[in-house]
Write a protein that binds this ligand. Structure first.
Ligand code: NAI
Length: 282
C-alpha cells in the first residue's frame, strides 16, 4: 500500500502521516478547513524538523518525507487511496459520518478504511461504510513517530485478508510492532491505562498529594517514564475524557467514569499540552 490517506491532522493524525511518509508512502491528510489543514502542515513540519535536529533522519530524508504529504480540506482527495486511517476527534457521530462518506468516495474496491479510535466500536464504523469486511481498527500510540506499538483491531465483520494486509503494512512498511485485540472499548492498553489515569486525577482532586508528587511517585516508585497527570496532559484531557466515557458505557465499571475535575477542566478548555495548559502549564 503506497497511497495512504489520513483523516484529521491533529496530535495523532499528524504523527501517523509523518510515520507513513517517512516509510516512503504518498500521504494525503484531510482536515476540516483550509486553516486546520495549514495548522496540521505546520505541526508535521515541526515534528519532522525535530526528528532531523535530533539526528533521527537526514536533511534530505526530512525534505523528501514532507514532500510526500499533501494537506487539504477536501475529502474527495481520498478517492485514489489504498488505505485511509481516520484519526479525527473521538466523537462517534463525527466518525460515523466520515466512514459513511469515505466508504463511498474510495474508488478501489480493495481499499481499506481504518480507524485510530481508542474506544468506539469498529463494527459500527464498518456497518455504515459500505465495506464492513475492509474496515478495522489500527490504533497508534502518542507520539506516533516514536512509539513502537500499534494495536490491530478487527471487528466481527473484518475479513482475514484485510487483517493480513494491514499487519504486513504495519510491521514491514512502517516497521512497528503490532498486537491484536478484540473490538471492545479500550482494546488492551487503554483498558488498563485509563482507569489508572482517572484514579490519579481522583487522587489529585481529593487532595491526597500535589500533581508533581503524584507523578514523581509513579516515575520514581514504579519506573514509569512519565507520571499519570503529565501523561494525561500529553494524551489530551478531552480525548482522555472521551475514552473514559466510552469505556464506562461499555463496561459500567465506576473506575472508567471521568471524575468531575476532568469534566470541568475540559469544559474550561484546559486540555493539556495541546492547549497550553492542563495539570501543568506548557
Ligand atoms: P486532536 O484533537 O489532536 O485531533 C483531531 C483532529 O481531527 C483535529 O485537528 C480536528 O480538526 C480533526 N477533525 C475533526 N473532525 C474532522 C472531520 N470531519 N474531518 C477531518 N478532520 C476532522 O485528537 P487526537 O488526539 O489526534 O485524536 C484523534 C483520534 O486518535 C481519536 O480517535 C483518539 O481517540 C485517537 N487516539 C488518540 C491518542 C492520544 O494520545 N491523543 C492515542 C491513540 C489514539
Amino acid at each position: 500500500m503506497e497511497r495512504i490517506g489520513v483523516i484529521g491532522g491533529g496530535l495523532m493524525g499528524g504523527g501517523i502521516a509523518e510515520v507513513c511518509a517517512r516509510a516512503g508512502a504518498d500521504v494525503v491528510v484531510v482536515e476540516v478547513s483550509p486553516d486546520a489543514a495549514s495548522a496540521a502542515e505546520e505541526r508535521v513540519r515541526s515534528s519532522i524538523d525535530r526528528a532531523e535536529s535530533r539526528g533521527k533522519i537526514s536533511a534530505a530524508e526530512a525534505t523528501e518525507a514532507l514532500g510526500r504529504i499533501t494537506f487539504t480540506a477536501d475529502l474527495a482527495s481520498l478517492a485514489d487511496r489504498q488505505l485511509v486511517v481516520e484519526a479525527a476527534s473521538e466523537q462517534e457521530s463525527v466518525k460515523l459520518d466520515l466512514f459513511r462518506q469515505v466508504g463511498a468516495i474510495l474508488e478501489d474496491d480493495e481499499a481499506i478504511l481504518a480507524s485510530n479510535t481508542s474506544s468506539i466500536p469498529i463494527v459500527k464504523l464498518g456497518a455504515v461504510s459500505g465495506r464492513p469486511d475492509r474496515v478495522m481498527g489500527v490504533h497508534f500510540f502518542n507520539p506516533a513517530p516514536v512509539m513502537q506499538l500499534v494495536e490491530l483491531v478487527p471487528s466481527l465483520t473484518t475479513s482475514p485478508e484485510t487483517i493480513a494486509r494491514v499487519q504486513t503494512f504495519v510491521s514491514e512498511t512502517l516497521r512497528k510492532q503490532p498486537i491484536e485485540a478484540t473490538d471492545r472499548a479500550g482494546f488492551v492498553v487503554n483498558s488498563l491505562l485509563v482507569p489508572y489515569l482517572l484514579s490519579a486525577i481522583r487522587m489529585y482532586e481529593a487532595g491526597y498529594a500535589s500533581a508533581a508528587d503524584i507523578d514523581k511517585g509513579m516515575v520514581l516508585g514504579c519506573g514509569h517514564p512519565m507520571g499519570p497527570l503529565a501523561l494525561s496532559d500529553l494524551i489530551g484531557l478531552d480525548t482522555l475524557r472521551a475514552i473514559g466515557v466510552s469505556l464506562y458505557d461499555e463496561f459500567k465499571e465506576p473506575l472508567y467514569s471521568p471524575p468531575p475535575l476532568l469534566e470541568r477542566m475540559v469544559d474550561a478548555g484546559l486540555l493539556g499540552k495541546k492547549s497550553g495548559h492542563g495539570f501543568y502549564p506548557y
